[in-house]
Design a protein around this ligand. Structure first.
Ligand code: EPU
Length: 326
């Protein structure tokens, strides 16, 4: 029987084959049972856009939400099952007094997907607190550990994202500080805090900012940022600044290039609140495409195409999707 696939866009899509697994053994057994390809590891479907009504392969869903800890003098290592909801993990860290994850509060999805996507917000990326990732290697049929420096982490990218689904994340091992340490330099985060920074205070401020700008996935279908922020050379920035002196820009991770704000570019093209069918550009953050009710994947992709062309025509920049189309 076809199984409904959870996806935060709220599209009606089912899987011909669907496997829940909670261990490497379960996964090995399921994959040996000649499950039809392609295999699609999935968390809560918060970064996926299904292009058809039926996914003609096998969805692999991890249900392992276990947590194990080991303590060092000033840090804790937390080994977490890939199926734990990301924000449940952040909430636990904040409650226990473990520093490092609080800026990543309220991001939808699971822990495993967070390690694949290198989720980021308010100046922090998941990579900054990941110490290793345990995966199942579907090519070699064995378990394998990637230490952080082997994960090829970059902006919304990792080795796991570009491996043709070879590696399926089983566990993520985080290293969090037991000593107070905050990162408050992004945008209005510091000014949104009341009083001295605390873990719960930062979490509350991030939640308040996100709720004000981003749609609640329980109420409005979306996949968060639909596009990535473009990274350009200093020369390209200077060219753009001559026409758009107020263009927001941030140093990119390499210290040489510059990251631009795709939301601003889309907004400046006049695309905010634009609609194609029931797909729309979110009125409070132009980087987010939403499902106003009965949007189809075609509506969303038509709107995305229109945006890509508008930004290309106006700024000479090609936006790349953050969302994965399957
Ligand atoms: N802006 C506009 N109009 C808009 C949207 C944004 O002018 O419609 C401007 C803002 O005023 C600001 C700049 O663009 O000057 C950047 O906006 P914002 O701070 O909202 O962040 P972002 O770059 O649009 C990124 C992440 C978000 C993350 C925020 C906060 C990406 C693709 N997106 O958005 O991540 O929450 O920073 O750190 O990097 C996600 O990945 O799903 C996501 C929501």
């Amino acid at each position: 029987m076809a199984t409904f696939i959870q996806n935060s866009f709220g599209l009606k899509v089912s899987a011909g084959h669907y496997v829940d697994y909670s261990s490497a053994e379960d996964l090995r057994k399921a994959l040996r049972d000649s499950t039809p390809k392609p295999w699609l590891p999935i968390g809560r479907g918060s970064n996926l856009l299904f292009s058809g009504e039926v996914f003609q392969g096998t969805v692999l869903h991890c249900t392992d939400d276990t947590v194990e800890t080991s303590f060092g003098s000033n840090y804790v290592r937390v080994r977490v099952g890939a199926g734990l909801r990301w924000d449940a993990f952040v909430e636990m860290c904040v409650e226990k007094g473990w520093y490092g994850a609080e800026n990543l509060s309220l991001i939808p999805g699971d822990v495993g997907a967070a390690a694949v996507q290198n989720i980021g917000a308010y100046g922090i990326e998941a990579a900054s607190i990941i110490s290793s990732v345990e995966v199942y290697d579907t090519f070699e049929d064995c378990e394998r550990v990637f230490f952080a420096d082997e994960c090829e982490y970059a902006y919304r990218s990792s080795i796991f994202k570009h491996c043709d689904k070879r590696y399926i994340v089983l566990k993520v091992i985080f290293k969090l500080s037991l000593e107070p340490h905050f990162s408050l330099n992004y945008g209005n985060l510091e000014s949104a805090l009341t009083g001295e920074p605390s873990l719960q205070g930062v979490r509350n401020a991030v939640i308040a900012i996100r709720r004000a700008k981003l749609p609640d996935p329980e109420q409005i279908g979306s996949a968060g940022s639909f596009f990535m922020n473009p990274v350009v050379s200093a020369e390209k920035l200077a060219e753009l600044q001559s026409s758009y002196p107020d263009i927001p820009h941030y140093p990119a991770a390499d210290g040489i290039s510059v990251k631009l704000a795709a939301g601003w570019l889309i907004d400046r093209c006049g695309c905010k609140s634009m609609r194609k069918g029931d797909a729309a550009v979110y009125e409070k953050q132009a980087l987010v495409l939403v499902n106003q009710g009965n949007a189809t994947a075609s509506d969303i992709l038509a709107l995305a195409d229109f945006i890509i062309n508008s930004v290309k025509d106006r700024f000479g920049l090609t936006l790349r999707m953050e969302v994965e189309v399957v």
